[in-house]
Ligand binder design. Sequence first.
Ligand code: PAF
Length: 283
Amino acid sequence: MTALPTVRTKADLRARVAAWRAAGERVALVPTMGALHEGHLSLVGIGRANAEHVVASLFVNPTQFSPAEDFDAYPRDEARDAELLAAAGCDLLYAPGAEEMYPPGFATSVAVAHVSEGMEGAARPHHFGGVATVVTKLLTQAAPDVAVFGEKDYQQLQVIRRLTRDLDLPVEIIGGPTMRADDGLALSSRNAYLSAQQRAIAPALNRALKACAQAVAKGAAVDASEAAAIEAILAAGFDSVDYLEVRSAEYLERLGPGPIDAPARVLTAARLGRTRLLDNEPI
Ligand code: PAF
């Protein structure tokens, strides 16, 4: 297979994208941090369905990790990722170094209020600032017609939708459905950290979310449904639940405690040993 064309500077990226757009061809961007799995490759497929050309970015963004998190240990294998991307129909890889993204003296950050508060925002205080800043940069560097992000990181997706609207960025944000193993576990780069015993426990997270979503959809009280789901996750063998909350689907406002009558989402993060798993379901 021919190697995937790769650029490492924003100037080269802009030149490639500008040539496509000058020819009247649409461009999709799929931002990633590598360690690719079927979930990412499905986003490339969505990009292909919405544009003539798909650019994937690969940048393990240091500013969205806290000092205690796995930035140094985060799996990095550009050659493998490039092969997978090429096979999935990606046309160009943008893999900048840290200095290209954050040159000396870099001093600006993007903060998105409300939608980034609570849940992941509470568990990882600087996370969404880092995500919002790097995604704003990627969207302005690549200037794509559409950008595709996974619904698995649902709060991140809504933060990105909000910043795109608020900053008038001329790009359509598309959410790609979560890809799952046959037993319901959401695909994630961090699943590789699970032992065989933990992997057998892990699908309980999605089962509990589905049960919670069904109960709330049928008119059950939000607080009792959240509590039942947390109990089921702990009973299955998870060590702790960071949060499990029913929120409004768009701006992620807290809902309940009683029954609800508007589109919503139930979101959770729970810990199995040293691995933190995220998932969410629509209501
Ligand atoms: O979801 C991710 O992989 C990252 O948060 C993103 C959107 C590529 C920004 O670094």
